[in-house]
Each structure stands twice: as structure tokens, then as C-alpha cells.
Design a protein. Structure first.
Length: 560
């Protein structure tokens, strides 16, 4: 751990706190100036030492803390970096602005309040969280799962994605690296080119399928004889997980079926910064794992790595068919299958998602890019809204569109707002062809699809809004969808498609007892919080449905 603090009394206090608490596992080094701290880091790097945490005061005689942290990132990208802030410094706008700018650029992780007394647990809570994140993320630490693979093999990428998005602590080694070769030899697999997965318990898997990997990790991939539930939830993104937590906690026998990874789209977000209660943001997979565990302790059953392929009604119950042919039955089904954002197929962009490249509007990022040059890709209303919102903060917003103008794809009121904004430029006949950046986006390469000409421009952020598709193609025709495939519900159902006398419940689809929540629902707000809101609200409606079915049965049984 490295601390840079120019005031000697504060430095001594921080050193004491860190050494007493972490001294047996970490070496604590304190420096009084940015220059000597940087020299220390360079020396450690040359010697091959590891650094877990770098803390720096903002205002030092020989340099600013945010700039020092940015330079330390180049030397130790995996180290957690934070600005040391004094208690009561909130009114200091200069420090706050430097900090917010720096966090938005991915140059530091957060801030830490300087300890002001011995055993300052508030200080230690932040430090401990950093250490846990570093321990999980650093490639050199042994983890529960080791993947030995050729880094550029597409299947290895899929396996890494599956592990990462499901929040499985893992480490990947190149098949050709000394560690990779040694581990393969020890497993009796010397020379194997296929991806190999080694689990803490001793299991060895050669080129496993997703189902085999999930089975080996100990999560359930089949119904194991159970068939009847109170409610089946399809999809374990934020909406499905919220539905599961509320259903199970309220006594409903609940099954969740997920085809890819827990957390859905949110699981692919490196840092969700606008979810209530997580001031320094939370990684999507962390949030999803917390929700998953919460549902699990309430008793939710999960089936992993199985898609739902069919839904039909039989003897008054809904029957859900899974990709392995198994079937589950329930009086209520919640569709939480979400959408998939269309992505730009450029690998370098993928590596910068969350640190300059954003899929969707990511409105929370707007303030963080105050005064900077940002780009929006897309010609639809969502791209227009994002551009207008960003222009309130950014220095310059450029909208990239493949067509010659926005006229055919965007509402005229938005085109008017864009024309009126001094800092929004529309760049027709433009597409993204590449990018660069050391840990955060720095430049974009733009191409004119008609002429093939390219130009490289500096860019602090790229917001990609090129459309999304709801995952509903497998649904039966009885479930009404709008022209884009989003599921219609409640009062939004077209006339004539609702078969019962009672009115449909707010989140009920055209098939009574089947509900839709989250992004897949027509008219939904595409945010984690609103998906979670839908997922929690729908369970009250499921109760209503089950109670009225129970009441109808009781009436039928009672003597006239
Ligand atoms: C890169 C990225 C970053 C984002 N960042 C933010 C952010 O910072 N803040 C914010 O508020 N929002 C953010 N969003 C949007 C947010 O993630 C979504 O609004 C939210 O995840 C929607 O939740 P959902 O549960 O409705 O759907 P999804 O998250 O899409 O989850 C649906 C799940 O259903 C599963 N599924 C689909 N079909 C089937 C089937 N047939 N059988 C079984 N399972 C199925 C899918 O595999 C998926 O796991 C981001 C989105 C992306 C892509």
C-alpha cells in the first residue's frame, strides 16, 4: 500500500491505521511528495512488486493527487486508487471537481475520508472494500476457478464472459505462459490447446459447455424431478431477480430460469453509478450476485444456463418448456427476458465499456463529462435525447449518423432542440471504425461509409444508441407484442385481445396469468431501478391473481 500525504501528522495517523490493521499481510509505504511516491512506484514495478492500494492527498506542493493517481494507473493498472479527503471538505468545489473529473475518466476509483482517530472504522470499511476488489480482480492471485486458454480463442472469450458475468472469482492463464504450461502438466494435460478449466475442489474440465461448467461449479441446471411452482420467472436480470426476491420472501414457491448469466444486461456493466444507495457505484455482476444470494436465501429455485423455449396453457396452469426439454408448471409466469442492445462489433471498444464507452444513454455519466468532447452514435430518438442531455454538461457533443441526416429517423421536436443547441454537431455519413485509449477512451477513428475516408479524433466518451431488440421471438402468438416485439400489458393491450371479463392487471399480458416486467415490457424505462421496480410490483399482482383463483375455487365448492 502506498500513501502520499504531505502533512506529516496526517501521514503518521494514516500509516498507524494501515500498519496496525493490515501490516501482517501488506507492506505500508508512506511518502510526503508526489515525486518521491512516483519514484517508489517505478522502483517497485522494475522489481516486479505488486501494489494493491494507492492513496493520495489532492493538494501537494509538487503536484495534484488526481494527476499522480492517473500516472500511477499507467504503472499499476490493477491497483485500487483513491483520493484522500479531509472530513468536512465537501464544500471545497475545487477538490470535488478534480475528483469527479478523475473518476469519470477511470483514473481513480473513489475517495477515502482521512482517518481522524485510532480505529476509524469508516476509513477501514472503504480500505477493506478496495482490498477485496483488488484481490478479486488481480490476475496474479489464485482464484476458485482457473481457466487455461489461448487468449484470442473465441470459446475462451465466451467462457471468461460466462465466469465474469456470473460473478465467479476466476483467473485466466495463457496456454503458452510458464504458469499455464505448468498447470496443464500438473493436470496431466500437457500440450492441450482447448480451453481447460480447473476448479478449487479438483475438478478438471476440457473445453466444457456452459452447462457442464455450471454443473461443475455446483449450480443447478435441471429441475431434478420438481415440476410444480407458484410462479415461474423467465430471466434473471434485475427485473427477474427482484421478482424472485419478493415472491420467495412472501411465501411463493418460485422458480427462476436463466439462459446465460445472472444479472442480464446489468451484469455486463462494469460500474452502475445511478442505482440508489451505491454512491461509488457497483459493478453489475456484484449487484446481481447480491440479489441472487438474497433470492436464494429466501428459497428461490434457480435453473442456470437453460433457455425457456415454449409457453402453453394446460389444465388451468401455464407450462414452461426449457431447452433441455424439461417442463415446469405454475398458475403465474413472469416474463423478464429483457432486451439485447445492438453493439458495435469492434473488440477495442468492448475493452473500454464503462471507461469511456457506454451502451445506452448512461445519463449518469453526463455530469462526469462536463466540458469534454463526447460522441453519440445513432439517429433515433434515444440518441437525440441522450445528445440533448449530454449537451447540458459536455463541451461539445457530436452525433454520428450513417445516413445523410436525422430527418427520417428522429422526431422533429428533437431535431429542433439539436439545431438550437450551440454545442451539438450532427456528423452525417459517419460510423465508428476504431478507437484507442489506455484504460479509458482517448480517440475514435471515424469512417465515411460512402467514401471510405477515415479520420481520428480525440474523444472522452462514446454513447452507443443504435437500437435494441426484445427477447420475445419464442413467445406464443397469444401474447401480444408491439411492432418492435415488446410485450404489451394491462391498459396498453390492444382492444379485443383480452379474453376475460375482469380487466387485466397492470403488468399482465394478453394471456391471463402471464406478466411482463423490465426492459421487455412495452413502454418501460430502460434502467436497472425501473426493472427492479417492475419486478417487485408484479408480485403483488401475482398474489392478487392467486387469491382470486383461490376465492373462485372456494365459491365453486361452497353449497348454493
Ligand atoms: C452495458 C450496459 C450498461 C448499463 N448501465 C446501466 C446503468 O449504469 N444504469 C442503469 O440504470 N441501467 C443500465 N443499463 C440498462 C440496464 O442494465 C437494463 O435496463 C436492465 O438490465 C434491464 O433489466 P431486465 O431484467 O429487464 O432485463 P435484462 O437485464 O436484459 O435481463 C434479462 C435476462 O433474461 C434472460 N433471458 C432472455 N430470454 C430468456 C429465455 N428465453 N430463457 C431464459 N432466460 C432468458 C437473459 O439472458 C437476461 O439475463 C445498462 C445496460 C447495458 C447493456
Amino acid at each position: 500500500m502506498l500513501v502520499v500525504e504531505d502533512e506529516s501528522d496526517k501521514r503518521a495517523l494514516i500509516r498507524g491505521e494501515l500498519e496496525r490493521r493490515y501490516g501482517s499481510d501488506y507492506r505500508v509505504t508512506c511518502r510526503g511528495s508526489a515525486r518521491s511516491a512516483l519514484e517508489k512506484l517505478e522502483g517497485w514495478r522494475a522489481a516486479g512488486d505488486r501494489v494493491a492500494l494507492v492513496l493520495a492527498d489532492q493538494w501537494m506542493p509538487d503536484g495534484n493527487g488526481d494527476e499522480f493517481l492517473a500516472r500511477s494507473k499507467v504503472l499499476y493498472p490493477e491497483a485500487k486508487r483513491a483520493l484522500l479527503v479531509s472530513f468536512g471538505a465537501w464544500g471545497d468545489r475545487k477538490t470535488a471537481d478534480a475528483m469527479l473529473r478523475s473518476m469519470a475518466r477511470g483514473r481513480m476509483d473513489y475517495y477515502v475520508l482521512k482517518p481522524w482517530r485510532r480505529a476509524d472504522e469508516y476509513f477501514h470499511r472503504t480500505v477493506t472494500e478496495f482490498l477485496q476488489e483488488w484481490e478479486r480482480a488481480t490476475s496474479a492471485n489464485p482464484q476458485e476457478v482457473a481457466l487455461i486458454c489461448e487468449p484470442r480463442s473465441p470459446r475462451a472469450y465466451e467462457l471468461r464472459e460466462q465466469l465474469a458475468r456470473n460473478g465467479v472469482p476466476h483467473v485466466a492463464h495463457d496456454t503458452n505462459s510458464p504458469t499455464g504450461r505448468r498447470m496443464l502438466e500438473e493436470a496431466g494435460l500437457a500440450g492441450t490447446r482447448d480451453p481447460v478449466v480447473l476448479l478449487l475442489g479438483g475438478a478438471v474440465l476440457v473445453d466444457p459447455t456452459n452447462v457442464e461448467l455450471a454443473d461443475a461449479y455446483g449450480v443447478s441446471t435441471s429441475l431434478e424431478g420438481r415440476e410444480d411452482f407458484d410462479v415461474v420467472v423467465v430471466g434473471a436480470g434485475p427485473a427477474g431477480l427482484a421478482a424472485a426476491v419478493y415472491a420467495s420472501s412472501e411465501g411463493l414457491d418460485t422458480l427462476v430460469v436463466e439462459q446465460e448469466s445472472i444479472g442480464g444486461q446489468a451484469g455486463s456493466s462494469s460500474l452502475i453509478r445511478n442505482y440508489l444507495g451505491f454512491a461509488r457505484g457497483i459493478s453489475g455482476s456484484d449487484l446481481a450476485q447480491r440479489a441472487y444470494q438474497q433470492a436464494w436465501v429466501f428459497g428461490t429455485r434457480f435453473i442456470h444456463t437453460r433457455g425457456v423455449t415454449g409457453l402453453r396453457r394446460e389444465n388451468g396452469r401455464h407450462v414452461v418448456t426449457m431447452s433441455d426439454g424439461c417442463e415446469a408448471r405454475a398458475p403465474a409466469v413472469v416474463l423478464a427476458t429483457g432486451i439485447s442492445y445492438r453493439r458495435i462489433d469492434i473488440p477495442e471498444l468492448d475493452s473500454l465499456v464503462g471507461t469511456g464507452v457506454f451502451y445506452g444513454a448512461s445519463v449518469s455519466e453526463a455530469r462526469a463529462h462536463a466540458g469534454q468532447e463526447v460522441y453519440v452514435v445513432g439517429g433515433g430518438n434515444s440518441a437525440g435525447q441522450a445528445a440533448v442531455h449530454l449537451a447540458r454538461f459536455a463541451g461539445q457533443v457530436t452525433i454520428l449518423v450513417r445516413r445523410g441526416s436525422l430527418a427520417e429517423t428522429m422526431s422533429s421536436y428533437l431535431i429542433g432542440e439539436i439545431d438550437a443547441a450551440e454545442n451539438i454537431e450532427v456528423r452525417p455519413h459517419s460510423e465508428v471504425a476504431g478507437c484507442s485509449g489506455d484504460g479509458a477512451l482517448e480517440t475514435l477513428t471515424l469512417r465515411n461509409p460512402l467514401s471510405g475516408e477515415t479520420e481520428t479524433v480525440p474523444a472522452a466518451a462514446l454513447f452507443v444508441l443504435i437500437g435494441a431488440e426484445p427477447r420475445t421471438s419464442w413467445l406464443p402468438p397469444a401474447i401480444q407484442r408491439d411492432q418492435w416485439g415488446y410485450v404489451m400489458c394491462g391498459s396498453g393491450l390492444p382492444p379485443g385481445c383480452w379474453p376475460l371479463e375482469r380487466a387485466p392487471l397492470m403488468l399482465e399480458t394478453s394471456q391471463p396469468g402471464v406478466f411482463a416486467v423490465g426492459d421487455v415490457r412495452n413502454g418501460s424505462t430502460k434502467r436497472v431501478a425501473s426493472a427492479v421496480g417492475d419486478g417487485s410490483v408484479v408480485i403483488e399482482q401475482v398474489h392478487h391473481l392467486l387469491d382470486s383463483a383461490e376465492a373462485a375455487r372456494a365459491t365453486a365448492r361452497s353449497p348454493a
